[in-house]
Design a protein around this ligand. Structure first.
Ligand code: PMP
Length: 290
């Protein structure tokens, strides 16, 4: 069965779906996006993702192409038409097609695209053994809090990771602190057992999974510090993990070829991952799929 995409009011087989060659998303990366995981049919953290999309749009002075309530219906339609239970749902809004000009078109007609793809999220081995990460310099622009499709730096980082046999690249600021992964937020657990993750600022994307985990960690009574941490601190950590819509909470057991902690996934990552799926209201699809 062909995958079904949504483009500006139409549901189409993905091969037949397309946008204009002068779309500003294509020409200028003048577009924002969200990725929502569908877990056992549940749209994980849907509210948070739509709230962040609204924020990204308003930071770029872009209008909603449809009301958020209508978008929710389209999201459900795309999931239903693709007949998926575990999937990655992608939503992109661009400022639309206009004759190429850096300045905004006077009367924009935004492009709305949704696609959906069945996902396994992680392999059981990745969950059991943790993943390897590398580090790369953070070479991005300074409005990383806006979730735009300008992802070339992240693409280069992920490619370098893949070529090194790693699953993710941690981006390192000029001051030696860790900003975030290429498509995830990063967390460490100090020797004293405190969870540390970088505070929200224009230097990182404020992950929706990150925000949920902060609330869950507080409810669990865990010690949390939102502060920048250095690569040296990460090497000395007891545990490390990444969070994102697709990785949820995924232990990091090697960084630049060095083991983190005892080189095995740690208990806090395991507990937070479980707490996250309890919050979503669906079982861990990786555990369930074993
Ligand atoms: N940082 C970056 C740079 C990302 O691309 C992502 C994934 N979109 C995240 C963090 C994690 O965000 P979320 O939990 O909302 O998926």
């Amino acid at each position: 069965m062909s995958r079904i995409a949504y483009v500006n009011g139409r549901y189409l087989p993905i091969q037949a779906a397309g946008v204009h060659i002068e779309d500003r998303g294509f020409q200028f990366a003048d577009a924002v996006y969200e990725v929502v995981s569908v877990v056992g049919g549940c749209l994980a953290d849907e509210e948070g993702h739509l709230a962040r999309m609204g924020r990204s749009l308003s930071e770029l002075r872009m209008p909603w192409p449809v009301a958020p309530a209508v978008l929710r219906q389209i999201m459900r339609q795309v999931v239903a038409r693709n007949r998926v239970r575990n999937a990655s749902l992608y939503i992109q809004i661009s400022r639309g097609a206009a004759p190429r000009d850096f300045r905004f078109p006077r009367d924009p007609s935004p492009t709305l695209v949704l696609t959906c793809r069945a996902a396994r999220f992680q392999t059981p081995e990745q969950l059991q053994d943790g993943i390897a990460c590398i580090t790369v310099p953070d070479i991005r622009w300074l409005r990383r809090d806006i979730k735009t499709v300008g992802l070339l730096a992240q693409s280069l980082g992920k490619q370098a990771a893949a070529e090194a046999g790693a699953a993710e690249a941690w981006q390192i600021a000029p001051d030696g602190t860790v900003t975030e992964g290429c498509s995830s937020n990063v967390w460490i657990v100090t020797a004293a057992g405190v969870l540390v993750t970088r505070p929200a600022s224009p230097l990182i994307l404020n992950g929706i999974t990150r925000q949920s985990l902060l609330r869950l960690a507080a409810a669990m009574g865990l010690g949390v510090e939102e502060r920048p941490f250095t690569l040296e601190e990460a090497f000395a950590a007891r545990e490390a993990f990444i969070s994102s819509a697709g990785s949820f909470v995924l232990p990091v057991t090697r960084l630049d070829g060095r083991p983190i902690g005892d080189g095995r996934p740690g208990p806090l990552a395991r507990r937070l991952r479980q707490a996250y799926f309890d919050h979503v209201g669906a079982p861990d699809p990786v555990e369930a799929g074993r």
